[in-house]
Design a protein. Structure first.
Length: 233
């Protein structure tokens, strides 16, 4: 797999490192924006039971996963190619973690699409309206985690972590509802199992968003420590 970073830059290693880091961070944020758009397609597939959007989510997902792996590969290449300053090392390692988390978000979105496809194959159209707030909450978590990384916003990163508790509570409540509906025969066991997999995937998207917000908190502290170390004019 080719790297997105040119490691043959003619500048000094430090300048090359900073340039590469900036490029990786930009690519990561662009990937995040693409994934958010893809999640909107998945949302339409799930709540409108639209087969074309299922297919779009699956084909787009493969492309996005490849992009995430390329970013992670570039981060690892960067880390192995230099002995950077500690703060730069942490930024590269955080970008690699973020890319890995974004790939897992795409994986979970594809899991949702695949289970919607299974439900459509059963010709069942269960009422999933109660799941919508949970899904939207996961989308918001991911969006805010990316914004926190981009803006180095500590308060926003903390809000993502706090919001994940609400998502977890909604997730458990929805799981219980689906299992109750399965027992009552409101929908088939096959459909019920697909709904449980969908709920679990949504909850995992929130978990990955929360994990992406954690490096944002550390980067903010790193910025603060750098500012404190500057000489007073």
């Amino acid at each position: 797999m080719n790297s997105i970073v040119d490691m043959t830059d003619s500048h000094s290693p430090a300048a090359s490192m900073q340039s590469a880091l900036t490029m990786i961070q930009d690519r990561t944020l662009c990937l995040g924006a693409e994934i958010l758009k893809s999640l909107q397609h998945v949302r339409t597939a799930l709540f409108d039971f639209e087969l074309p959007y299922v297919e779009l989510a699956l084909t787009t997902g493969e492309v996005l996963k490849a992009k995430a792996r390329m970013i992670e590969c570039s981060c690892n290449e960067l880390l192995s190619g230099y002995i950077p300053h500690a703060s730069n090392w942490y930024m590269a390692a955080s970008a690699a973690q973020c890319a890995k988390r974004l790939e897992r978000v795409v994986h979970q979105s594809m899991t949702i699409a695949k289970n919607v496809n299974r439900i459509l194959g059963l010709n069942e159209y269960p009422d999933v309206s109660s799941i919508l707030p949970l899904y939207l909450l996961a989308e918001i978590e991911l969006r805010d985690a990316l914004r926190a990384l981009q803006q180095r916003d500590m308060e926003l990163a903390r809000a993502v972590c706090d919001r994940d508790h609400e998502l977890d509570s909604r997730f458990l409540a929805e799981m219980e509802t689906v299992m109750t509906d399965m027992s009552a025969g409101i929908h088939s066991v096959q459909t019920g199992m697909s709904l449980l997999f969908i709920l679990r995937a949504i909850e995992r998207i929130g978990d990955h968003a929360k994990a992406m917000a954690s490096p944002a908190l550390s980067l903010c502290r790193l910025d603060d420590s750098r500012a404190d170390s500057l000489p007073v004019a």
